[in-house]
Design a protein around this ligand. Structure first.
Ligand SMILES: [Ca+2]
Length: 308
């Protein structure tokens, strides 16, 4: 603007022998146009820089989230201990629950207050969850990618939940981008001899209490997962005269059969099938909507979160 001002001053106040007022006006117009074009280019460049910065941050974030953090020889019994030790990046770590003979690789979610040991994740349908008893026993899936799908394993889940009083948190997302959660106190998974029987305490959250079926007392006798044994397609421990795991395509603590089926088949949103085999959380989206992503994770009840 200062250049325009100078020209305007020159044109209006000084006697420029070789410039007519029209030429001055033309020059001002030309410079104005040039200035506008420069401003436009600058805006575009700023937008480009911002986009590149965002892209880098996303890359950095997803890279970090998929990172493995080597904590040396020091042993941690869960992700809460790692968090308390000062490691606050989400990613893969080695832990050794007290009953485990060896260390195991786990995904630690250090968001939502931090210290969460994640034992199940669904994100894109890239892994099959329709698997046998042994796969569910030892765990399976992608334990390397930032957003990989996996099951940590029922033995590990038993070891973890035997060593302390754990709170379970389930995060759910649908294909419309909405998020819900369910928290259960005193989450426990029994040992293999007892078919990894499920126990959990009081529910809080906004997804609805699918695990206990308390959303509708009349359905509890067949829809509650409280006290249910784990079933897979090759081990039927459910309370149904056929096999829930076979019909609903995943291992789970089936009753006859379920109001939550988070290891179900990865349909995308509303689906139709012979049975309610999708990734179902009944109180939120009913039996005929399969969720986009799920995360199941635990943290000691005694953990004091930083910022929940
Ligand atoms: Ca059965």
């Amino acid at each position: 603007m200062s250049v325009l001002l100078i020209i305007w001053i020159l044109c209006t106040t000084l006697d420029l022998s070789d410039s007519t007022p029209d030429e001055c006006e033309d020059e001002i117009q030309r410079l104005r146009a040039e200035l506008k074009s420069l401003e436009l280019r600058q805006t575009k460049q700023q937008q480009l820089i911002q986009r590149l910065m965002n892209h880098n941050q996303m890359d950095e974030h997803s890279l970090k989230a998929g990172s493995f953090y080597d904590m040396g020889d020091k042993q941690y019994m869960d992700c809460a201990q790692i968090f308390k030790n000062g490691s606050t990046q989400s990613g893969f770590y080695m832990i050794k629950p007290l009953l485990n003979l060896a260390r195991i690789r786990v995904y630690c979610d250090m968001t939502e207050g931090g210290g969460w040991t994640v034992f199940q994740r669904r994100s894109d349908g890239s892994q099959s969850f329709d698997r046998d008893w042994n796969d569910y026993k030892i765990g399976f899936g992608d334990m390397k990618s930032a957003n990989g799908e996996f099951w940590l394993g029922n033995d590990n889940l038993h070891y973890l939940t035997s060593q302390d009083d754990y709170t379970l948190r389930i995060n759910l997302e649908d294909f419309e981008g909405s998020h819900r959660f369910a928290v259960y106190k005193t989450f426990k998974v029994d040992n293999e001899q007892n078919h990894y029987q499920l126990q959990f305490g009081v529910y809080t959250g906004n997804a609805g209490d699918a695990l206990s079926g308390s959303y509708h007392p009349e359905v509890q006798w067949w829809a509650s997962h409280q006290g249910m044994k784990f079933s897979t397609r090759d081990r039927d421990n459910d309370r149904y005269d056929r096999s829930c795991a076979q019909e609903d395509k995943g291992g789970w603590w089936f009753n006859r059969c379920h109001s939550a089926n988070l290891n179900g088949f990865y349909h995308r949103g509303p689906y139709s099938a012979v049975t309610d085999e999708g990734i179902v959380w009944y109180p939120w989206h009913g039996w005929w909507y399969s969720l986009k992503s799920v995360q199941m994770k635990i943290r000691p009840a005694s953990f004091e979160p930083n910022d929940v």
